[in-house]
Design a protein around this ligand. Structure first.
Ligand code: GLN
Length: 486
């Protein structure tokens, strides 16, 4: 096996026992990027020189026998909507094409403190709006399992880079499914933590009440390790939760005996691809055989999750994106007649079609005369969705379902029909609306050999329960061993 194929926990052992050096490892992954990324297009920026220099520094620490954190010396990459000091953070947009942040996001800082090695910044749908990574201003990322297909989105670069072994792990962000859906499409592990568990400081805001940062990894153990590194209270984010954060590796237990798992009937009813449904129901059988108690229940409110999500997220986006005015930072139109025209031209030229669509929808939903009918209604639906999950979690430890109704589709297939793309979020958005943690692991492949992801949803701060269920599933199945043949 090549170094770039291994997991962070395997590599960490090899680094500590000096079987491999951080420089060799980093070179191996950078060679892989140089060889493959022209095909996959997962990176917007590769920091080759900085990464190699940093690897040498970390190796010095290892040689000195310093007591280093578990992820020390591991190369990783970050979605390009998280600020990295001195490194362009474009958000996949012409608007921020030349924005070089003067500070690090909290997650970038934390991973730096962990002695990880930043390889570069990963492609995404512009401002994280989309489900296929086709909305990036720069390039369309390809699915490593089939280069004619999308990797999912908006963290498509983050998922594709892990699946193609162009990084050992990555960070993505998830506002309505953007970690979990690409993880499912690319056959990797992806977790959206509880709202507030990971600081959003330095994450370019899309919809602040829904956005969460989380890991994309090659297996469940790595997911726990990265969670350990990035969770925690942060005074720089007023929504950051000031609670005790456990050591998530303690949840890597091979047992689901007595675990109560609920499956929403509506998640496996009409609209789902039959091969996806079969893989999910097979996973339920596996968990049952391993001692879990699985039962179907009804979550009828989920019918309203997509309209509520698109109203709330677009309303928040329209407000968050008001800051891109051509004055403070980012792109500025060259030709304009007066101040108002400068705003207009800058925003017309700097934003892509999907971002404009969301700004218009959000502004409309918030405008007087429509506020009560749309935005307020959506918030009422949000409260009902939260109530429904509370009821479900009074009975179940985990809610299980598919991640997306289909596997990865062809590039271009849904571009002309944004509504059809929005419908692909039907199983993911309610998790953000209710602020819950959601974990996706590979659970099968369809007849085109494309990965299918199983989604596990938990109570707030029950990441440990999800990791335990996922770890048990992983230890007792072979799906995670199938890799993209690229
Ligand atoms: N596909 C969803 C959207 O377009 C989710 C995006 C996200 O989670 N960032 O809004």
């Amino acid at each position: 096996m090549e170094l770039f194929e291994l997991t962070a926990h395997q590599l960490s052992d090899m680094l500590k026992s000096k079987k491999v050096s951080a420089v060799e490892l980093t070179k191996s992954v950078i060679d892989r990027i140089e060889k493959l990324d022209a095909k996959v297009d997962s990176y917007i920026t590769v920091c080759k020189e900085e990464a190699l220099k940093r690897a040498a520094d970390i190796q010095n620490k290892i040689n000195k026998g310093d007591d280093l954190p578990p992820l020390a010396g591991i190369p990783m990459a970050i979605k390009d909507n998280m600020c990295t000091k001195g490194i362009t953070t474009s958000c996949g947009s012409k608007m921020l094409e030349s924005f070089i942040p003067p500070y690090d996001s909290t997650v970038a800082k934390k991973l730096h403190k962990e002695d990880t090695i930043l390889l570069g910044k990963l492609n995404l749908d512009e401002f994280a709006m989309g489900g296929s990574t086709e909305n990036s201003h720069f390039k369309v990322t390809k699915n490593p399992w089939d280069l004619t297909r999308v990797p999912g989105g908006s963290s498509g670069g983050s998922a594709a880079a892990v699946a193609a072994n162009e990084t050992i792990f990555s960070l993505g962000s998830d506002t309505g499914g953007s970690i979990r859906q690409p993880a499912s499409f690319c056959g990797v592990v992806g977790m959206k933590p509880t709202y507030g568990a990971v600081s959003r400081f330095g994450l370019v805001a899309f919809a602040s009440s829904l956005d969460q940062i989380g890991p994309l990894t090659k297996d469940v153990t790595d997911c726990a390790l990265v969670l350990n590194a990035i969770t925690g209270h942060d005074k720089m984010d007023s929504t950051s939760a000031n609670v005790e954060y456990p050591d998530y590796t303690k949840s890597l237990i091979n047992s689901v005996k007595g675990m109560k798992i609920g499956i929403p009937k509506e998640f496996i009813a009409e609209g789902i691809n039959l091969e996806v449904k079969k893989a999910i129901m097979d996973a339920v059988d596996t968990l049952k055989q391993l001692g879990a108690e699985c039962e179907e229940f009804s979550l009828p409110i989920n019918e309203y999750a997509i309209p509520a999500y698109y109203l709330i997220s677009s309303a928040e986006a329209s407000s968050n994106l008001a800051r891109y005015d051509g004055i403070k930072y980012g792109y500025r139109a060259e030709k304009f007649s007066d101040l108002l025209d400068l705003y207009k031209q800058t925003r017309s030229e700097g934003f892509g079609a999907e971002v404009k669509r969301r700004i218009m929808l959000g502004t409309y939903a918030l405008s007087s005369g429509y506020y009560d009918a749309y935005y307020k209604k959506a918030l009422q639906v949000r409260a009902l969705i939260m109530d429904s999950f509370n009821v479900a979690f009074s009975k179940f430890d985990v809610v299980l379902g598919p991640t997306a109704p289909t596997t990865a589709y062809k590039i271009g297939e849904k571009l002309d029909n944004p509504l059809e793309m929005y419908l692909g979020d039907v199983y993911t958005v309610s998790v953000n609306i209710a602020g819950l943690p959601g974990l996706v692991i590979p659970c099968g492949q369809d007849s085109n050999n494309l990965p299918i992801g199983l989604q596990l949803i938990g109570k707030p701060f029950a990441e440990g329960t999800l990791l335990k269920a996922a770890y048990t599933f992983e230890q007792n199945t072979e799906f995670h061993k199938n890799r993209a043949n690229i």
